[in-house]
Design a protein around this ligand. Sequence first.
Ligand code: GMT
Length: 379
Amino acid sequence: MHIGIVCYPTFGGSGVLATELGKALADKGHHVHFITYQQPVRLNEFNTNIYYHEVRVPTYPLFDFPPYEIALASTMVDVIINHDLDLLHVHYAIPHASAAYMAKQIVKQKTGRNIPVITTLHGTDITLVGKDKTYEPVVTFSINESDTITAVSQNLKDETFKNFAIIKPIEVITNFVDVSRFNKKPIDAFKKVIAPQGEKIIVHASNFRKVKRVDDVIKIFSKIRNVMPAKLLMVGDGPERFVAEELARDLGVMEDIRFVGKQEQIEEILAVSDLFLLPSENESFGLAALEAMAAKCIVISSNAGGLPEINIHGKTGFMANVGDVNTMSDFAISILQNEEQLAKMKIDAYSHALSFDISNIIPLYEKIYQQYCRLDPCI
Ligand code: GMT
């Protein structure tokens, strides 16, 4: 099939997920057309079945806010018509679902074709930004106008029905991970550089937005460091980075923390790590935590949103209420001091991640696409 994928190209979970989906579909023989304003970060290999269409947003002195949505819709129209796409799959509702609606109407008027639109809801497009009054009417309308709606967790599906007047069914298709990519042997030399005395390695990876509560990550780490030697790797970047750095200095733990910035080879870091911290205020799914589990890293997280759907308390890691840094650090200290239980939980985390392997999830999306297939066989 000829599939258009629209997503954010940055390090955010929805862009990562959409890119990995597109790559997997291309490997299966589909022609995948990415439509974004920048090359997606995980789109780093050549594949003859992958095409990339950049959305250019011309500026003009009159525009304080260049109209990205119009440029996006116009690019969608161009790609749909000139590459004869079978369908559009948009990731993250804002503004992708409404731009897709506009493109659909234009294509219909120009060619008479009804291009199917599949919208995948990812998280903050519903739980944070989307329900803001400024966006809500357009988000509700464009979700309802999608031909198929999917959400990445049961929790996100429930939140969508709670916050928006959705009149169509929503199918849950969870995030996935390519376990073979993350199940890596730790590089000893790398581990030695980070933890020269064999200290336990703790990791956090996110876009350092407020919703991630990176200050809680620092507080939990400081409590762990008070009772045992340990190192913390902070992967990613974003608005809360300076708050985290300042807090680390105030708590006197900065020398044991490395802010390593945005990393494409996150699997190398996870492979040497023992424990992943994700104390988020909200998390529709927590793709970063799933990737950690696939790398045999246990997860200590909040119990917000969809996290209980992936982090099985006492098996793959531990959970506590949002902001309860004492309980999260108590769990961390007790497991890091128990080598035998830590080793067992790492294996359990890995086994659980296997159920979210890419090979189980891609066919679920393909099944949706089949409904809109114009050819036989459908490829
Ligand atoms: O907040 C992020 O990490 C980025 C955000 C995005 O949409 O780019 O992630 C959301 O989508 C991911 C992929 O489906 C989910 O795994 C994340 O849990 C979700 N983030 C939140 O709900 C805060």
